[in-house]
Design a protein around this ligand. Structure first.
Ligand code: C5P
Length: 212
């Protein structure tokens, strides 16, 4: 299958030297890209700014910086894909104006006006046709499963991978992750803490299972 994967954070520019970002390392998305390739799939990896290399030469990597660039890179390629795994930690807000010059320190507080970004997963889900699959991620700090289920339905996902900030050794920056997968059909699968490479294989096994 042709599978599109998003990974890493996005950077939203404030001025020529500053941005709003987040702590996503991209490790989970890159591990999924490698596991999909190892499983025989053709991977396009759309990555935000990360300090990672792909080891498999057949992975087509597209580097983007902002949420808007990631949106264009993903939506323009979605029609030709069999499915997507949206793992990126996309900014929810971006500055209304990007200052042309470096913003100077002045006496008063600085107020940045932010506007919402477009939801890539929701747009891909809305454009999903028969036979395409869509997997999303959810990082929640409270009422994890209820919020994840709501996202899965709203974004038209086949399943959602939930990681909680409450779990030690899971999530941003770590080489391990602890996930719970909520399937569209109502199934719930809780996995133990393990290396992201193994978590990636579990996710690819589930993709191969829903596409049989
Ligand atoms: O930010 P949220 O918790 O809603 O993200 C859940 C899922 O939606 C993740 O898979 C994430 O990659 C995706 N998402 C996206 N575009 C956004 C926000 C989130 O693709 N602007």
């Amino acid at each position: 299958m042709k599978i599109l994967i998003t990974a890493g954070p996005t950077y939203e520019r404030i001025d020529p030297v500053r941005f709003i970002g987040n702590y996503s390392s991209g490790k989970m998305g890159f591990a999924i890209a490698e596991a999909c390739t190892a499983s025989g799939h053709e991977v396009t990896l759309v990555s935000g700014p990360v300090r990672l290399e792909v080891s498999h030469p057949s992975i087509r990597r597209i580097d983007v910086e902002s949420a808007a660039e990631m949106y264009e890179a993903v939506l323009s390629r979605w029609p030709e894909m069999d499915g997507a795994v949206l793992c990126a930690a996309v900014a929810d807000f971006t500055p209304v104006n990007v200052a042309a010059e470096k913003i100077k320190r002045e006496g008063d507080n600085l107020i940045l006006e932010l506007k919402p970004t477009r939801d890539i997963a929701a747009a891909v889900g809305a454009a999903k046709r028969e036979g395409q699959f869509l997997v999303g991620f959810a990082l929640e700090t409270n009422d994890e499963e209820a919020h994840a289920l709501e996202k899965m339905r709203r974004k038209n996902l086949d399943f959602i991978v939930l990681n909680s900030l409450k779990d030690k050794g899971a999530c941003f920056g770590y080489d391990t992750n602890k996930i719970t997968v909520l399937m569209g059909a109502g199934e719930r699968i809780a996995f133990p803490l393990k290396p992201k490479t193994e978590v990636a294989r579990d996710i690819v096994d589930l993709i191969n299972r829903i596409r049989k």
